[in-house]
Design a protein around this ligand. Structure first.
Ligand code: SAM
Ligand code: SF4
Length: 332
């Protein structure tokens, strides 16, 4: 048997996204409700358990690990995990990275860089402080911007993730592109995905097809498709006269599954083979009931079950939650 994780469609799985906590210091309206109930501590993998599972993945050919959440930088002790995984860079692992809301970045950027984190994705949906507060409910734009600047100053490459939201930031996207270009941050626009209950908010009201955004941007700029292959759902464009690559993540309007190279580990130890499907394996039970020795074999079995593609769906009348999992549990 090969020592690599290859699924039944021949796709090599070498990228692991890990949600290290479901907790967060923001309450973005498209991600969770304001009074979100978080999981009991006993259901969450300890940092040691997270590390054990990551190490088995690295042994089986995982080259890139992205820590996410929830907000990864609010998990107590997270720097220990970052340090230990950082030590694996060059010893199996090529890259350790994070997706963060940026609230703690000013405090941690330096230590992240020291531990081998050279790139981070920071989520930022608006450049107006009151709009930023509205979408995150609890966020402070100045703090996030200070975190982004700090990351840049210590040499961490920043990519900005922006969820495109109807009637909210569609008219701010141009300003964000200009700001990213000025600061040389790449930018990725994301379509809102139907994941988890978000209380009284209606996703259809939030949904803005990126095909529409692209059409509008094309009237203003010359966009040239660039063959940047990440194995993920983003398609990248150069914008004439701007210093950024602009990515579009369109899970609802474009099928990106044929080159998918990733799986996701939830903070509860469930391995999901696809963001938009429920095929999963409970690695926490295997680890806690049988022991780490059994993880390797379980991973081979799990990867062989990776589905061909997702089936997200969003419609005015239909059920708009195709997955009951919150993005914060599964890891965006
Ligand atoms: N808290 C960190 C952050 O916001 O970057 C990491 C976790 S967050 C779940 C990861 C990414 O998922 C963020 O860029 C966020 O905007 C995005 N996200 C959350 N819920 C989403 C949804 N329903 N549809 C599309 N993107 C979503
Ligand atoms: Fe928190 Fe990120 Fe979800 Fe916003 S998108 S509530 S920052 S986990």
């Amino acid at each position: 048997m090969s020592n690599q994780l290859i699924d039944s469609f021949g796709r090599e799985v070498n990228y692991l996204r890990v949600s290290v906590t479901d907790r967060c210091d923001f309450r973005c309206t498209y991600c969770m409700s304001e009074n979100m109930t978080f999981l009991p501590k006993k259901d969450i993998l300890s940092l040691e358990e997270l590390e054990t599972i990551c190490n088995v993945f690295i042994k089986l050919g995982t080259k890139k690990i992205r820590l996410t959440g929830g907000e990864p930088l609010v998990r107590k002790g997270i720097l220990n995990l970052i340090k230990n995984l950082g030590n694996k860079i060059g010893d199996g692992l090529d890259e350790l990275t994070l997706t963060t809301n940026g609230s703690q970045l000013e405090k941690y950027a330096e230590i992240l860089k020291e531990n081998g984190v050279n790139r981070v994705n920071v989520s930022l949906d608006h450049l107006d402080p009151s709009k930023f507060r509205e979408i995150t409910r609890w966020g402070d734009l100045d703090k996030v911007l200070a975190g982004i600047e700090k990351a840049k100053s210590v040499g961490i490459k920043v990519k900005i993730n922006t969820v495109a939201l109807k009637d909210f930031n569609e008219n701010n996207i141009l300003q964000m592109i200009e700001w990213c270009s000025l600061n040389e941050y790449d930018m990725t626009l994301i379509e809102v995905m139907p994941m988890g209950d978000i209380g009284s908010e209606n996703r259809f009201n939030q949904y803005l097809p990126l095909s529409e955004v692209k059409k509008r941007l094309s009237k203003k700029f010359k966009l040239t498709n660039i063959p940047k292959k990440t194995g993920g759902p983003a398609r990248y464009y150069k914008i004439e006269g701007k210093k950024i690559d602009l990515g579009f993540i369109t899970p609802l309007t474009h099928n990106f599954c044929e080159s998918c190279n990733r799986v996701r580990l939830t903070c509860t130890g469930i391995l999901y083979m696809c963001l938009g499907q429920d095929d999963n394996v409970d690695l926490k039970s295997i680890l806690r009931n049988k022991g780490s020795y059994f993880l390797e074999n379980s991973l081979f079995k799990a990867i062989s079950k990776k589905p061909k593609g997702h089936d997200f769906n969003i419609s005015k009348s239909g059920i708009n939650i195709s997955s009951n999992r919150h993005m914060s549990v599964t890891g965006g």
